[in-house]
Design a protein around this ligand. Structure first.
Ligand SMILES: [Zn+2]
Length: 264
């Protein structure tokens, strides 16, 4: 009987000790959390740099003489929000085998003017027919050389070209090599390929397009969605736009809102 009492007392002491220990550690943890909160509150800059994503990059696809009027409207919005340095224009040199930029000096002059304003001139396609770079090495080299000859003849320095978007995001392994060997990085729908010494580096990106002939009544909801996508993106954010598709309905209104909200 006496033994039973001792055992009960022993169990009680054990339970009390464990409870006190748990309470003690909980309080300690709580204090630590408070301290961490205080630290981040004291130095808002630290918190800011950890959470804030890098500013978006604008990719303008299908830059071609047939969309000169639309391009000018897009440029107005980009200039208004000081996004010139973060905007990349992807040129088609001989759109549909009909619109060779050599025959459109005003268009070429406009591109050169934009480059001086801070825009980046990049390469998108030779004729943009089908997935034209889903081809073998010989064809890819031929198309690229012909494209760069046209660009250089127009006075656009191809040595400055650092990025390529394959038409319809279609590209063969052979073509990838052709571009990477020229140290031109390839932007795809959700990743970027670049040459890293002698190997190929694949970097995951967020590449979104919201303005494919968007009706006006979808502007507000699309704005909310895009800002949320941008803020939650774990990767560099790219906003893709196509002339004519973005100029339709509420596209430019959306573009202006997005750039205005993300510019600072
Ligand atoms: Zn395209």
């Amino acid at each position: 009987m006496k033994n039973a009492v001792y055992i009960v007392i022993l169990i009680l002491i054990t339970i009390l000790t464990v409870s006190f220990a748990t309470l003690f550690f909980t309080v300690q943890n709580f204090k630590m959390e408070l301290n961490i909160d205080n630290m981040t509150n004291v130095d808002n800059n630290i918190k800011f740099t950890f959470n804030e994503p890098k500013k978006p990059i604008i990719l303008v696809h299908d830059v071609s003489p047939i969309y000169l009027k639309e391009l000018k409207e897009i440029v107005n919005i980009i200039n208004r929000n000081n996004y010139q340095n973060r905007t990349f224009l992807f040129i088609i040199v001989n759109h549909a085998n009909k619109y060779n930029i050599e025959n459109y000096p005003n268009f070429v002059k406009y591109l050169q003017f934009l480059e001086k304003e801070g825009y980046h001139l990049e390469y998108h396609a030779y004729n943009h027919i089908g997935g034209e770079y889903n081809c073998n090495k010989t064809v890819a080299e031929k198309k690229l050389n012909e494209s760069f000859k046209i660009l250089n003849d127009c006075g656009i320095d191809t040595k400055k070209i650092k990025y390529f978007i394959p038409p319809r995001y279609k590209i063969s392994k052979d073509s990838e090599e052709v571009f990477l060997n020229k140290n031109i990085s390839i932007i795809m729908d959700y990743y970027l390929l670049k040459k890293d010494n002698n190997s190929m580096e694949k970097i995951i990106i967020t590449n979104k397009e919201y303005t494919w002939y968007m009706p006006k009544n979808l502007v507000k909801i699309t704005e909310l969605l895009a800002i949320s996508d941008y803020k939650t993106s774990q990767h560099q954010f790219y906003l893709s736009i196509h002339p004519k598709a973005v100029n339709y309905g509420g596209g430019l209104e959306f573009l202006n809102y997005f750039l205005n909200t993300t510019k600072n």
